[in-house]
Design a protein around this ligand. Structure first.
Ligand SMILES: [Zn+2]
Length: 396
Protein backbone atom coordinates (compact mmCIF):
# COMPACT_ATOMS: atom_id res chain seq x y z
CA UNK A 1 0.00 0.00 0.00
CA UNK A 2 1.67 3.25 -1.12
CA UNK A 3 2.54 5.84 1.52
CA UNK A 4 0.77 8.81 -0.03
CA UNK A 5 -2.95 9.24 0.55
CA UNK A 6 -4.06 9.72 -3.03
CA UNK A 7 -5.14 6.35 -4.27
CA UNK A 8 -3.68 4.77 -1.14
CA UNK A 9 -6.20 1.95 -1.29
CA UNK A 10 -6.58 1.64 -5.05
CA UNK A 11 -4.43 -1.48 -5.36
CA UNK A 12 -6.15 -3.08 -2.37
CA UNK A 13 -9.59 -2.39 -3.86
CA UNK A 14 -8.52 -4.01 -7.14
CA UNK A 15 -7.15 -7.13 -5.43
CA UNK A 16 -10.19 -7.54 -3.19
CA UNK A 17 -12.57 -6.97 -6.12
CA UNK A 18 -10.73 -9.70 -8.02
CA UNK A 19 -11.32 -12.09 -5.10
CA UNK A 20 -14.99 -11.05 -4.95
CA UNK A 21 -15.43 -11.70 -8.68
CA UNK A 22 -13.60 -14.98 -8.54
CA UNK A 23 -13.60 -16.53 -5.06
CA UNK A 24 -10.70 -18.95 -4.63
CA UNK A 25 -8.64 -17.24 -7.33
CA UNK A 26 -4.92 -17.92 -6.99
CA UNK A 27 -2.52 -15.09 -6.30
CA UNK A 28 -0.78 -15.64 -9.62
CA UNK A 29 -4.06 -15.62 -11.57
CA UNK A 30 -5.09 -12.45 -9.73
CA UNK A 31 -1.76 -10.81 -10.66
CA UNK A 32 -2.30 -11.79 -14.28
CA UNK A 33 -5.90 -10.44 -14.36
CA UNK A 34 -4.79 -7.12 -12.86
CA UNK A 35 -1.52 -6.84 -14.80
CA UNK A 36 0.55 -6.79 -11.59
CA UNK A 37 4.11 -8.02 -11.29
CA UNK A 38 4.35 -11.15 -9.19
CA UNK A 39 6.30 -9.34 -6.45
CA UNK A 40 3.72 -6.56 -6.23
CA UNK A 41 0.88 -9.07 -5.97
CA UNK A 42 2.70 -10.97 -3.21
CA UNK A 43 3.31 -7.76 -1.30
CA UNK A 44 -0.28 -6.52 -1.67
CA UNK A 45 -1.69 -9.89 -0.59
CA UNK A 46 0.59 -9.95 2.47
CA UNK A 47 -0.56 -6.47 3.52
CA UNK A 48 -4.20 -7.40 3.08
CA UNK A 49 -3.58 -10.51 5.16
CA UNK A 50 -2.11 -8.37 7.93
CA UNK A 51 -5.20 -6.18 7.80
CA UNK A 52 -7.43 -9.25 8.26
CA UNK A 53 -8.91 -8.77 4.80
CA UNK A 54 -7.47 -11.79 2.96
CA UNK A 55 -6.47 -15.32 3.84
CA UNK A 56 -3.86 -17.12 1.75
CA UNK A 57 -3.41 -20.84 1.63
CA UNK A 58 -1.04 -22.86 -0.54
CA UNK A 59 -2.63 -23.69 -3.90
CA UNK A 60 -2.41 -27.15 -5.41
CA UNK A 61 0.57 -27.08 -7.79
CA UNK A 62 -0.51 -26.61 -11.41
CA UNK A 63 1.97 -27.52 -14.17
CA UNK A 64 5.40 -25.94 -14.13
CA UNK A 65 4.34 -22.61 -12.61
CA UNK A 66 5.87 -21.32 -9.42
CA UNK A 67 4.01 -22.24 -6.21
CA UNK A 68 1.17 -19.84 -5.52
CA UNK A 69 -1.61 -19.34 -3.01
CA UNK A 70 -5.40 -19.35 -3.04
CA UNK A 71 -7.04 -16.10 -1.93
CA UNK A 72 -10.13 -16.13 0.29
CA UNK A 73 -11.79 -13.97 2.93
CA UNK A 74 -9.86 -13.64 6.18
CA UNK A 75 -11.49 -15.56 9.06
CA UNK A 76 -11.58 -12.31 11.08
CA UNK A 77 -12.47 -10.14 8.10
CA UNK A 78 -15.35 -7.74 7.52
CA UNK A 79 -18.93 -9.01 7.41
CA UNK A 80 -22.13 -7.71 5.83
CA UNK A 81 -25.60 -8.57 7.07
CA UNK A 82 -27.94 -9.04 4.11
CA UNK A 83 -31.72 -9.07 4.52
CA UNK A 84 -34.29 -10.19 1.96
CA UNK A 85 -37.91 -9.26 2.69
CA UNK A 86 -40.23 -11.15 0.36
CA UNK A 87 -44.00 -11.43 0.11
CA UNK A 88 -44.35 -14.39 2.40
CA UNK A 89 -41.14 -14.53 4.39
CA UNK A 90 -37.85 -12.84 5.19
CA UNK A 91 -34.29 -14.12 5.53
CA UNK A 92 -31.10 -12.67 7.00
CA UNK A 93 -27.62 -13.86 6.07
CA UNK A 94 -24.14 -12.91 7.19
CA UNK A 95 -21.71 -12.85 4.30
CA UNK A 96 -17.97 -12.62 3.83
CA UNK A 97 -16.01 -10.83 1.18
CA UNK A 98 -15.51 -13.96 -0.94
CA UNK A 99 -19.26 -14.64 -1.13
CA UNK A 100 -19.48 -17.25 1.59
CA UNK A 101 -22.75 -16.66 3.36
CA UNK A 102 -24.71 -18.17 6.21
CA UNK A 103 -28.44 -17.67 6.74
CA UNK A 104 -28.74 -16.66 10.39
CA UNK A 105 -32.50 -16.08 10.66
CA UNK A 106 -35.59 -16.69 8.57
CA UNK A 107 -39.28 -16.43 9.26
CA UNK A 108 -42.61 -16.39 7.48
CA UNK A 109 -44.88 -13.36 7.71
CA UNK A 110 -48.40 -12.75 6.49
CA UNK A 111 -47.70 -9.28 5.14
CA UNK A 112 -50.27 -7.61 7.37
CA UNK A 113 -47.92 -5.69 9.65
CA UNK A 114 -44.74 -4.08 8.34
CA UNK A 115 -43.99 -2.80 11.85
CA UNK A 116 -43.80 -6.35 13.22
CA UNK A 117 -41.52 -7.42 10.37
CA UNK A 118 -39.20 -4.46 10.96
CA UNK A 119 -39.12 -5.11 14.72
CA UNK A 120 -38.13 -8.73 14.14
CA UNK A 121 -35.44 -7.69 11.67
CA UNK A 122 -34.07 -5.12 14.10
CA UNK A 123 -33.69 -7.86 16.73
CA UNK A 124 -31.68 -9.93 14.23
CA UNK A 125 -29.51 -6.93 13.37
CA UNK A 126 -28.82 -6.14 17.05
CA UNK A 127 -27.93 -9.77 17.73
CA UNK A 128 -25.59 -9.91 14.73
CA UNK A 129 -23.98 -6.67 15.92
CA UNK A 130 -23.41 -8.14 19.39
CA UNK A 131 -21.96 -11.36 17.99
CA UNK A 132 -19.78 -9.90 15.25
CA UNK A 133 -18.78 -6.64 16.94
CA UNK A 134 -16.82 -4.29 14.70
CA UNK A 135 -16.45 -6.96 12.03
CA UNK A 136 -20.03 -6.20 10.98
CA UNK A 137 -19.69 -3.21 8.64
CA UNK A 138 -22.95 -2.72 6.75
CA UNK A 139 -26.58 -3.84 6.80
CA UNK A 140 -27.98 -4.23 3.30
CA UNK A 141 -31.69 -4.81 2.77
CA UNK A 142 -33.51 -6.14 -0.31
CA UNK A 143 -37.27 -5.61 -0.35
CA UNK A 144 -40.05 -6.82 -2.64
CA UNK A 145 -41.20 -3.31 -3.40
CA UNK A 146 -40.17 0.06 -4.73
CA UNK A 147 -37.41 1.61 -2.68
CA UNK A 148 -36.50 5.27 -2.79
CA UNK A 149 -33.43 5.98 -0.71
CA UNK A 150 -34.25 4.40 2.69
CA UNK A 151 -38.02 4.27 2.28
CA UNK A 152 -40.10 1.47 0.87
CA UNK A 153 -42.41 3.85 -0.96
CA UNK A 154 -44.77 1.26 -2.36
CA UNK A 155 -45.02 -2.49 -2.14
CA UNK A 156 -48.16 -2.86 -4.22
CA UNK A 157 -48.59 -6.58 -3.73
CA UNK A 158 -48.01 -6.36 0.04
CA UNK A 159 -50.14 -3.25 0.40
CA UNK A 160 -47.31 -1.46 2.23
CA UNK A 161 -46.88 2.27 1.59
CA UNK A 162 -44.15 4.62 2.83
CA UNK A 163 -42.45 2.23 5.22
CA UNK A 164 -39.28 3.86 6.56
CA UNK A 165 -36.40 1.41 6.87
CA UNK A 166 -33.91 3.76 8.54
CA UNK A 167 -34.93 2.65 12.04
CA UNK A 168 -33.51 -0.81 11.43
CA UNK A 169 -30.00 0.33 12.33
CA UNK A 170 -30.71 3.38 14.51
CA UNK A 171 -28.23 3.62 17.34
CA UNK A 172 -25.94 0.92 15.98
CA UNK A 173 -23.67 3.17 13.94
CA UNK A 174 -24.02 0.71 11.08
CA UNK A 175 -24.55 2.08 7.57
CA UNK A 176 -27.83 0.88 6.05
CA UNK A 177 -28.43 0.21 2.37
CA UNK A 178 -31.79 -0.65 0.84
CA UNK A 179 -32.88 -1.64 -2.62
CA UNK A 180 -35.48 -3.47 -4.63
CA UNK A 181 -35.02 -7.24 -4.52
CA UNK A 182 -35.15 -7.82 -8.28
CA UNK A 183 -32.72 -4.96 -8.88
CA UNK A 184 -30.23 -6.40 -6.40
CA UNK A 185 -30.66 -9.89 -7.83
CA UNK A 186 -29.83 -8.44 -11.26
CA UNK A 187 -26.61 -6.95 -9.91
CA UNK A 188 -25.61 -10.39 -8.58
CA UNK A 189 -26.42 -12.02 -11.94
CA UNK A 190 -24.28 -9.51 -13.82
CA UNK A 191 -21.28 -10.30 -11.62
CA UNK A 192 -21.31 -14.09 -11.27
CA UNK A 193 -22.96 -17.03 -12.95
CA UNK A 194 -24.09 -17.66 -16.52
CA UNK A 195 -24.48 -13.97 -17.43
CA UNK A 196 -21.23 -12.75 -15.86
CA UNK A 197 -19.39 -10.48 -18.25
CA UNK A 198 -22.48 -9.23 -20.08
CA UNK A 199 -21.97 -5.58 -20.95
CA UNK A 200 -25.70 -4.86 -20.51
CA UNK A 201 -27.89 -7.38 -18.74
CA UNK A 202 -31.68 -7.42 -18.57
CA UNK A 203 -32.71 -9.35 -15.46
CA UNK A 204 -36.36 -10.23 -14.85
CA UNK A 205 -37.78 -11.92 -11.76
CA UNK A 206 -41.32 -13.21 -11.26
CA UNK A 207 -42.51 -13.64 -7.69
CA UNK A 208 -45.77 -11.80 -7.21
CA UNK A 209 -45.73 -9.67 -10.35
CA UNK A 210 -42.52 -9.12 -12.24
CA UNK A 211 -39.54 -6.95 -11.39
CA UNK A 212 -36.15 -6.52 -12.82
CA UNK A 213 -33.40 -4.24 -13.82
CA UNK A 214 -31.09 -3.28 -16.60
CA UNK A 215 -27.49 -3.60 -15.40
CA UNK A 216 -24.99 -1.69 -17.53
CA UNK A 217 -21.28 -1.80 -16.75
CA UNK A 218 -22.01 -3.59 -13.45
CA UNK A 219 -24.42 -0.86 -12.27
CA UNK A 220 -28.18 -1.22 -12.03
CA UNK A 221 -29.98 1.61 -13.79
CA UNK A 222 -32.25 2.73 -10.96
CA UNK A 223 -32.95 6.34 -11.90
CA UNK A 224 -32.70 9.54 -9.89
CA UNK A 225 -33.98 8.19 -6.57
CA UNK A 226 -33.41 4.46 -6.83
CA UNK A 227 -37.01 3.68 -7.71
CA UNK A 228 -36.47 2.77 -11.37
CA UNK A 229 -36.75 -0.63 -13.00
CA UNK A 230 -40.45 -1.21 -12.30
CA UNK A 231 -40.88 -3.16 -15.51
CA UNK A 232 -43.98 -4.90 -14.14
CA UNK A 233 -45.84 -1.62 -14.34
CA UNK A 234 -45.39 -1.10 -18.05
CA UNK A 235 -48.76 -1.34 -19.85
CA UNK A 236 -48.06 -4.71 -21.50
CA UNK A 237 -51.25 -6.10 -19.95
CA UNK A 238 -55.01 -5.84 -20.27
CA UNK A 239 -56.09 -2.18 -20.17
CA UNK A 240 -59.36 -3.30 -18.56
CA UNK A 241 -57.49 -4.33 -15.41
CA UNK A 242 -56.42 -1.91 -12.70
CA UNK A 243 -53.18 -2.89 -10.96
CA UNK A 244 -52.81 -2.57 -7.15
CA UNK A 245 -49.99 -0.12 -7.95
CA UNK A 246 -52.57 2.38 -9.18
CA UNK A 247 -51.82 2.16 -12.89
CA UNK A 248 -53.89 0.46 -15.56
CA UNK A 249 -52.98 -2.47 -17.78
CA UNK A 250 -49.80 -3.51 -15.95
CA UNK A 251 -47.65 -6.41 -17.16
CA UNK A 252 -47.49 -7.52 -13.48
CA UNK A 253 -51.01 -8.89 -13.74
CA UNK A 254 -50.22 -11.19 -16.70
CA UNK A 255 -47.19 -13.14 -15.57
CA UNK A 256 -47.76 -14.58 -12.10
CA UNK A 257 -50.10 -16.68 -9.97
CA UNK A 258 -52.88 -14.08 -10.28
CA UNK A 259 -52.81 -14.45 -14.06
CA UNK A 260 -52.80 -18.25 -13.82
CA UNK A 261 -55.87 -18.14 -11.53
CA UNK A 262 -57.73 -15.87 -13.99
CA UNK A 263 -56.93 -18.17 -16.91
CA UNK A 264 -58.06 -21.18 -14.86
CA UNK A 265 -61.24 -19.47 -13.66
CA UNK A 266 -60.15 -19.95 -10.04
CA UNK A 267 -60.42 -17.38 -7.24
CA UNK A 268 -57.63 -14.82 -6.90
CA UNK A 269 -54.99 -16.53 -4.73
CA UNK A 270 -54.09 -15.02 -1.36
CA UNK A 271 -50.61 -16.23 -1.97
CA UNK A 272 -49.83 -15.80 -5.68
CA UNK A 273 -46.32 -17.21 -5.48
CA UNK A 274 -47.23 -20.48 -3.79
CA UNK A 275 -50.29 -20.75 -6.05
CA UNK A 276 -48.11 -20.48 -9.18
CA UNK A 277 -45.84 -23.22 -7.84
CA UNK A 278 -48.85 -25.50 -7.34
CA UNK A 279 -50.07 -24.83 -10.91
CA UNK A 280 -46.59 -25.73 -12.20
CA UNK A 281 -46.87 -29.02 -10.29
CA UNK A 282 -50.35 -29.72 -11.66
CA UNK A 283 -49.33 -29.10 -15.29
CA UNK A 284 -48.11 -32.59 -16.28
CA UNK A 285 -51.51 -34.16 -15.56
CA UNK A 286 -53.79 -31.25 -16.39
CA UNK A 287 -54.19 -29.76 -19.89
CA UNK A 288 -56.06 -26.69 -18.50
CA UNK A 289 -53.10 -25.87 -16.30
CA UNK A 290 -50.78 -26.26 -19.28
CA UNK A 291 -52.91 -23.85 -21.34
CA UNK A 292 -52.86 -21.30 -18.51
CA UNK A 293 -49.09 -21.65 -18.25
CA UNK A 294 -48.73 -21.20 -22.02
CA UNK A 295 -50.72 -17.95 -21.83
CA UNK A 296 -48.49 -16.69 -19.01
CA UNK A 297 -45.29 -17.79 -20.75
CA UNK A 298 -46.49 -15.94 -23.87
CA UNK A 299 -47.10 -12.76 -21.87
CA UNK A 300 -43.65 -13.14 -20.35
CA UNK A 301 -42.01 -13.64 -23.76
CA UNK A 302 -43.78 -10.70 -25.39
CA UNK A 303 -42.88 -8.27 -22.62
CA UNK A 304 -39.29 -9.51 -22.55
CA UNK A 305 -39.05 -8.72 -26.26
CA UNK A 306 -40.36 -5.20 -25.64
CA UNK A 307 -37.74 -4.60 -22.98
CA UNK A 308 -35.02 -6.01 -25.24
CA UNK A 309 -36.14 -3.54 -27.94
CA UNK A 310 -35.93 -0.71 -25.40
CA UNK A 311 -32.83 -1.63 -23.42
CA UNK A 312 -30.62 -3.41 -25.97
CA UNK A 313 -29.12 -5.97 -23.57
CA UNK A 314 -26.68 -8.62 -24.73
CA UNK A 315 -28.07 -11.20 -22.29
CA UNK A 316 -31.41 -11.71 -20.50
CA UNK A 317 -31.69 -13.68 -17.24
CA UNK A 318 -34.90 -15.01 -15.70
CA UNK A 319 -35.02 -15.30 -11.91
CA UNK A 320 -37.58 -16.54 -9.39
CA UNK A 321 -40.55 -18.18 -11.08
CA UNK A 322 -39.80 -16.63 -14.48
CA UNK A 323 -37.49 -19.51 -15.45
CA UNK A 324 -39.90 -22.30 -14.43
CA UNK A 325 -42.82 -20.46 -16.11
CA UNK A 326 -40.86 -20.15 -19.35
CA UNK A 327 -39.74 -23.78 -19.11
CA UNK A 328 -43.33 -24.95 -18.57
CA UNK A 329 -44.25 -23.66 -22.06
CA UNK A 330 -41.01 -23.02 -23.93
CA UNK A 331 -42.64 -22.87 -27.38
CA UNK A 332 -45.19 -20.27 -26.26
CA UNK A 333 -42.38 -18.20 -24.71
CA UNK A 334 -40.11 -18.50 -27.75
CA UNK A 335 -42.86 -17.64 -30.23
CA UNK A 336 -43.96 -14.55 -28.29
CA UNK A 337 -40.35 -13.47 -27.73
CA UNK A 338 -39.47 -13.74 -31.43
CA UNK A 339 -42.73 -12.10 -32.46
CA UNK A 340 -42.17 -9.13 -30.18
CA UNK A 341 -38.63 -8.37 -31.33
CA UNK A 342 -37.97 -5.75 -33.96
CA UNK A 343 -37.04 -7.47 -37.23
CA UNK A 344 -33.38 -6.42 -37.12
CA UNK A 345 -32.93 -8.22 -33.79
CA UNK A 346 -34.43 -11.54 -34.83
CA UNK A 347 -31.38 -13.12 -36.50
CA UNK A 348 -29.40 -12.77 -33.26
CA UNK A 349 -31.72 -12.21 -30.31
CA UNK A 350 -30.07 -11.93 -26.90
CA UNK A 351 -30.06 -15.33 -25.20
CA UNK A 352 -32.60 -15.76 -22.40
CA UNK A 353 -30.89 -17.72 -19.59
CA UNK A 354 -32.16 -19.05 -16.29
CA UNK A 355 -30.60 -16.95 -13.55
CA UNK A 356 -27.69 -18.54 -11.72
CA UNK A 357 -28.50 -17.58 -8.13
CA UNK A 358 -31.87 -19.26 -7.69
CA UNK A 359 -33.64 -18.26 -4.50
CA UNK A 360 -30.55 -16.44 -3.24
CA UNK A 361 -30.36 -13.73 -5.92
CA UNK A 362 -31.62 -10.84 -3.80
CA UNK A 363 -29.53 -11.85 -0.76
CA UNK A 364 -26.46 -12.18 -2.99
CA UNK A 365 -27.13 -8.79 -4.56
CA UNK A 366 -27.61 -7.19 -1.14
CA UNK A 367 -24.26 -8.65 -0.06
CA UNK A 368 -22.65 -7.30 -3.22
CA UNK A 369 -24.06 -3.83 -2.52
CA UNK A 370 -22.79 -4.03 1.06
CA UNK A 371 -19.29 -5.13 0.07
CA UNK A 372 -19.17 -2.39 -2.59
CA UNK A 373 -19.17 -0.04 0.42
CA UNK A 374 -16.74 -2.10 2.52
CA UNK A 375 -14.31 -2.57 -0.38
CA UNK A 376 -14.17 1.09 -1.35
CA UNK A 377 -11.19 3.31 -0.64
CA UNK A 378 -13.10 4.98 2.23
CA UNK A 379 -14.40 1.66 3.52
CA UNK A 380 -10.93 0.10 3.61
CA UNK A 381 -9.40 3.14 5.27
CA UNK A 382 -12.06 2.91 8.01
CA UNK A 383 -11.47 -0.82 8.43
CA UNK A 384 -7.70 -0.40 8.62
CA UNK A 385 -7.97 2.39 11.21
CA UNK A 386 -9.97 0.04 13.38
CA UNK A 387 -7.94 -3.11 12.76
CA UNK A 388 -4.37 -2.05 12.19
CA UNK A 389 -3.17 -2.51 15.81
CA UNK A 390 -4.57 -6.04 16.13
CA UNK A 391 -3.35 -6.96 12.66
CA UNK A 392 0.10 -5.64 13.54
CA UNK A 393 0.27 -7.94 16.55
CA UNK A 394 -0.86 -10.90 14.48
CA UNK A 395 1.83 -10.24 11.91
CA UNK A 396 4.72 -10.22 14.41
ZN1 LIG B 1 -48.95 -1.75 -11.75
Amino acid sequence: VPEDNTGRWRGAVAVLDAVRREPGVTRSAMAQRLGLRSGTATELAARLRELALLAESPAAPAGRGRPTTTLAAHPDGPLVLAVDVRHEDWRCAVGQLDGRMEVVAARRHDGSDPGAVLAALRRVILRARRQAGPRLRVVSVAVAGTVRELTLVQAATLGWVDVGLGGLTTGTGLPLLAGNDATLAGVAEARRGPAAGASTLLHLTVEVGIGGTLVAGGRAQTGATGAGGEFGHLPFGDRALRCPCGARGCWDLEVDGRALARHLGEPAPADARSYARRVLERAPGEPRARRALAAVAGALGAGTAGLVNAGDPDVVTLGGLAGPLRDAAPEAFAAAYADGLMAFRRPQPPPVLTAGHGEDGALRGALDAGFDVVVSEAGLAAWAARHAPAAGRAAQ
